[in-house]
Design a binder for this molecule. Structure first.
Ligand SMILES: [Mg+2]
Length: 228
């Protein structure tokens, strides 16, 4: 049941009274503010807030004389999409200096995460640490310090199995990372998971709500559905 615990009037600062009628999301934000408490939201980095594709494909296209675009990557296993002579070598780029540091922020993510923070949510960035990541930890930390300085690099959790982390809501672009998570699971839609069926997740025994969306505004709506 919602209580007025973390309602912050400043959400009105960037909106006027009529904006609630124009944009239902604003109204939902008020509801979220009423019911939030200290909701813990776990957010993936690569493919969710940080776009690693521009540089990854630039380097690949340069080295393998190809013209692959982000929308062409319609499979999580990118080695199946690139030229056979590249194949799993595609993963080597993840170890190059500058790969993670030069990821491009998804602007919508920034805006909505700020709204969630204003409403009292606790944000954690949860990201995998891979064996390709020679520079990864330092560069991801620097990236967060630059693009989300108000949250800070101390809010990054580097791990392999994300689903063991307790939280109310997890946003990820890889369905396997969501498996077994006990809160609400949000698969953030990108070209590489577009063919993943939602009911694919329902077989893991976890009856928690699951959605697939490519809209950050929807995530605010999902958060609003959680009542403490
Ligand atoms: Mg990801």
């Amino acid at each position: 049941m919602p209580f007025v615990l973390h309602f912050k009037p400043q959400i009105r600062e960037n909106s006027d009274a009529n904006s609630y009628r124009r944009n239902p999301i604003h109204l939902r934000l008020v509801i979220v503010g009423i019911g939030f408490g200290r909701m813990k939201i776990l957010i993936d980095m690569d493919g969710v807030i940080a776009n690693i594709m521009p540089l990854w494909l630039k380097w690949y296209n340069r080295d393998y004389h190809d013209n692959l675009k982000e929308e062409d990557v319609t499979d999580w296993s990118i080695e199946r999409i690139v030229k056979p002579e590249c194949g799993t070598r595609m993963m080597h780029y993840l170890g190059y200096e500058g790969f993670f540091r030069n990821a491009v922020p998804y602007p919508e993510a920034k805006e909505v995460i700020q709204r969630l923070l204003d409403l009292g949510a606790e944000i954690w960035f949860v990201t995998k640490s891979t064996h390709y990541g020679r520079y990864m930890v330092r560069e991801k930390s620097e990236w967060i310090a630059e693009h989300y300085p108000h949250i800070g690099q101390e809010k990054i959790l580097f791990c392999k199995y994300k689903s063991v982390i307790p939280g109310d809501l997890m946003v990820d672009d890889y369905f396997q990372n969501l498996r077994g998570f006990n809160g609400i699971k949000v698969l953030f839609e990108r070209p590489w998971n577009r063919n993943v069926a939602v009911d694919h997740f329902l077989s893991d025994g976890n009856k928690a709500l699951f959605i697939k969306t490519g809209s950050w505004s929807d995530i605010v709506g999902v958060a609003a559905s959680i009542h403490r």
